[in-house]
Design a binder for this molecule. Structure first.
Ligand SMILES: Nc1ncnc2c1ncn2[C@@H]1O[C@H](COP(=O)(O)OP(=O)(O)OP(=O)(O)O)[C@@H](O)[C@H]1O
Length: 778
């Protein structure tokens, strides 16, 4: 006990010292930043006064340039300094509240005395900048804290491996600068800090896990060698958390070369974007770029075609089971997700290199200026050893030149003379002034009028041709849609050199064709179409992205991933997902991205420990899926999930209101009533809106807020709630494989409480759960 008190006193003294150091530093930096700011403003104001400008002689010009350069460098250095100091100030402000969360005492094998290493979300040095009061959690030495219990340990630095022994590992809870708690791991049983953190209520934004990163998560965060890192992690195992910490780590580790602009995260839905938006700023880093695959496809193709969203596709599969084409569409989705479809497409593109490309007439005022046949003829006269996109560029150049000629001819046409007459005065004046300027030193101008008219005609035709030329630059004269329809119509088994046509090709092609003719693109066709598009006119390759993260990667098809690799050729990829949460029809095929079976070179990390839910909830959800026995629950206590069974909907709703009220009384602030489809959620909303203060979340909801929410399982992906209610867990509602994963996804959103409501027999998924793992109530 004495020892404990002694330790606490010692830590309190250290904390006081660190806090006072932060205060001194803050005062000093604030003064400095003020001065710097003034100097930057001064420098900007007096920029030209301090530069020697003389351009009379060549030597003077050189001197002027040098002087300008020097002044600009000075300014940008001051601005940089100002930026750095401001950043330091922000870090200090964050540290003021909680300067560190961990300590290790490490005895380097080449030293005599262990060194005390305090670890926080940012570094703090002493005033001489010699020693660290606090190390940044991303510093090489800090990895010891995450990777080792007391005992032998090592860490990597640029100079090599440092070996030694961790003599002590201590965790702290410091809030508003006060030491609220401290635990030595290896002495106390269980992870106190993690228990406390996980027991907190859910928030509308995700929390950073920096103080409690687990060893296996740290491997993901600090992974530097893999070009493709695949993380298969069970629900709630911290995949998204690890991904965000990894972004922060990479931004620190490669701060000289990578900024937030070079990192991109593909997220499952817009709601998720807002959910994770605060993690990086909390860690003092800027947010990476973020979006959904749908956003990208829409951005690229949305002006030409109406793209079905993955959510609409999902709604179809959940609600249109009676549709005649239901099964065929599922088969189509599965086929189009695979790489054999790409192979088929590649063979067709190869064939297009010789014949079959479709073009559009280039027309102007109803007249064909360059016909599609002429364009095709020009294209196929070009050297076939060049790629299709390269040839397209040559065609574009030829079209542009032809258009320039036509533009000149056009000026002589009657409509031009007529329209020039309608131009407003200002244009005449402009042209007049322009000609005047040109003739400033020439009195000899007797044909002013005709020159003015010439110039006006030129301007007018130029203006009219501009949109046409822009379209040519964008290669819009290639009729991608018609060429794609050619693929659908004419491609057959005999053309295939490798692989074969799918069995239900007839249905697939007719279905896609019908949509395309309507200017629509089903979700399962969208990536393939864009791939095809890029193969014909050149892909929109992004070479600046150095890291691409794909969260919920189980929902991406092999084709989609192959496409992403193509457009981000320089990026390293981190894929995070859980095959038990695969909810899209295409993702139910044999080999998923997460098994790694589709990729040659990759590193696979598997996370089996679940942190989100209480132990009783995890124990329950384990029985819902195959292989669930491998999931390890974090030891956090709570109530068993409850299955409420009724015979009538009125009784069920009455009870649901009571359950919600009970949750509210317990202080839970995010309570989700989860439905299977949006259609079901709309109904739930109608049923409950007069009884409870519910809010319906849709695909258009861009910010996640606290409260009592109704949402479909597919929108709840990646998010968590204090309490979850499954609105209809009856047998008729959840029965098929696709629904199993949705059901599992919905249940695993719960942190503290889970209730399932059923009318009549419960879902078969529940019926196989060990009855000891849940309670039955009415
Ligand atoms: N090391 C950790 N320390 C503290 N909390 C953690 C840790 N790892 C995970 N958590 C918490 O567990 C919950 C689940 O984490 P996260 O959402 O990152 O998991 P996930 O694997 O992406 O889940 P899912 O696949 O189910 O969406 C979050 O509340 C997160 O803060």
């Amino acid at each position: 006990m004495d020892n404990e008190n002694e330790n606490r006193k010692e830590e309190q003294a250290y904390l006081t010292r660190v806090l006072s150091e932060i205060k001194i530093k803050l005062g000093f930096l604030q003064e400095r930043v003020g001065g710097l700011k003034d100097r930057v403003i001064d420098l900007r104001k007096n920029f030209w006064e301090d530069v020697t400008v003389n351009i009379d002689e060549p030597d003077d010009v050189i001197e002027t340039q040098a002087s300008l350069k020097q002044q600009a460098e000075l300014l940008s250095e001051r601005e940089r300094n100002h930026g750095q100091v401001s950043k330091q100030i922000k870090t200090l402000h964050r540290l003021k509240d909680s300067p560190y969360f961990g300590r290790i005492d490490f005895l380097d094998q080449n030293e005599k005395k262990p060194e005390k290493i305090y670890i926080g979300i940012g570094a703090l040095m002493d005033q001489e900048e010699d020693d660290f009061f606090v190390y940044d959690w991303r510093a090489p030495i800090s990895s010891l804290y995450y990777d080792y219990p007391p005992g032998p340990a090592k860490y990597e630095t640029v100079e090599g491996t440092i070996e030694g022994e961790v003599k002590l590992k201590r965790q702290f809870i410091i809030r508003q600068g006060e030491l609220k708690g401290m635990f030595d791991t290896g002495v106390t049983i269980g992870d106190h800090l993690l228990q406390r953190v996980l027991g907190d209520n859910a928030t509308a934004t995700m929390k950073s896990i920096v103080a409690t990163i687990q060893r296996e998560q740290n491997q993901i965060i600090r992974n530097e060698k893999s070009k493709l890192l695949i993380v298969q992690g069970v629900a709630g195992s911290g995949k998204t958390s690890a991904a965000l910490q990894r972004v922060a780590y990479l931004l620190y580790r490669y701060r000289e070369t990578i900024t937030a602009e070079n990192v991109l995260l593909f997220s499952p839905n817009p709601l998720f974007n807002s959910y994770v938006a605060t993690v990086l700023p909390e860690l003092g880093e800027e947010n990476m770029r973020q979006g959904t695959l749908y956003d990208y496809l829409h951005h690229r193709l949305g002006s030409q075609l109406k793209i079905e969203s993955p959510f609409d596709q999902m709604e179809y599969f959940l609600t249109a089971k009676k549709d005649d084409h239901y099964q065929s569409r599922i088969e189509g989705v599965t086929y189009k997700a695979g790489l054999s479809y790409r192979k088929l497409m590649d063979q067709f593109i190869q064939h297009l290199s010789k014949q079959g490309l479709q073009f559009k007439n280039i027309t102007f005022r109803g007249e064909v200026l360059i016909s599609k046949t002429d364009i095709a003829a020009y294209f196929y006269r070009l050297d076939a050893r060049q790629s299709v996109p390269t040839r397209m560029e040559h065609v574009a150049e030829w079209v542009r030149n032809s258009l320039n000629e036509r533009e000149q001819e056009e000026r002589e046409k009657a409509w031009v003379t007529e329209e020039v007459g309608y131009l407003d005065k200002e244009e005449f004046l402009n042209v007049h002034q322009e000609l005047q300027k040109g003739y400033r030193f020439n009195e000899d101008t007797f044909d002013d009028f005709s020159r003015e008219e010439e110039l006006l005609k030129k301007r007018l035709v130029e203006r009219k041709f501009k949109p046409l030329k822009r379209k040519v630059m964008q290669l819009r004269f290639v009729d991608i849609k018609a060429t794609f329809i050619q693929l659908l119509d004419n491609w057959n088994e005999q053309n295939m050199v490798e692989g074969s046509m799918p069995e239900n090709w007839l249905f697939l092609k007719e279905n896609t064709k019908a949509h395309l003719l309507n200017n629509e693109l089903p979700w399962e066709d969208a990536t393939a179409y864009l791939y095809f598009f890029d193969q014909l006119i050149g892909s929109h390759v992004n070479k600046t992205m150095s890291h691409v993260f794909i969260d919920e990667a189980q929902d991406y098809s092999a084709f989609q991933f192959a496409y992403l690799k193509l457009i981000f050729p320089r990026a390293r990829f981190t894929l995070l997902g859980d095959y038990n949460q695969a909810i899209y029809a295409h993702a139910l095929s044999e080999d998923t991205l997460l098994s790694g079976g589709l990729e040659d070179q990759h590193e696979l990390i598997t996370l089996t420990r679940s942190y989100r839910s209480t132990k009783p909830i995890v124990e329950f959800t384990k029985d819902l899926i195959a292989g669930g026995q491998d999931i390890e629950a974090f030891n956090r206590d709570g109530d068993k999930p409850v299955l409420y069974q009724f015979e009538s909907i009125e009784k069920k709703q009455e009870r649901m209101v009571e359950v919600v009220q009970g949750y509210q009384e317990k202080g839970y602030q995010t309570i989700a009533i989860i439905g299977k489809s949006m259609k079901e959620c709309q109904q739930i909303y109608q049923d409950l809106k007069d009884k409870l203060p519910v809010q319906l979340l849709t695909v258009e909801t861009y910010t996640f807020q606290k409260g009592l929410l109704i949402l479909p399982a597919y929108l709840a992906k990646g998010i968590e709630f204090d309490a979850v209610i499954l609105y209809d867990a009856s047998k008729h509602n959840y029965g098929e494989e696709l629904e199993r994963n949705l059901f599992y996804t919905a249940c695993t959103r719960a942190m503290h409480e889970l209730s399932l409501f059923a009318i009549g027999e419960p879902s078969l998924f529940i019926q196989v759960v060990d009855p000891d793992k849940y309670e039955k109530k009415q």
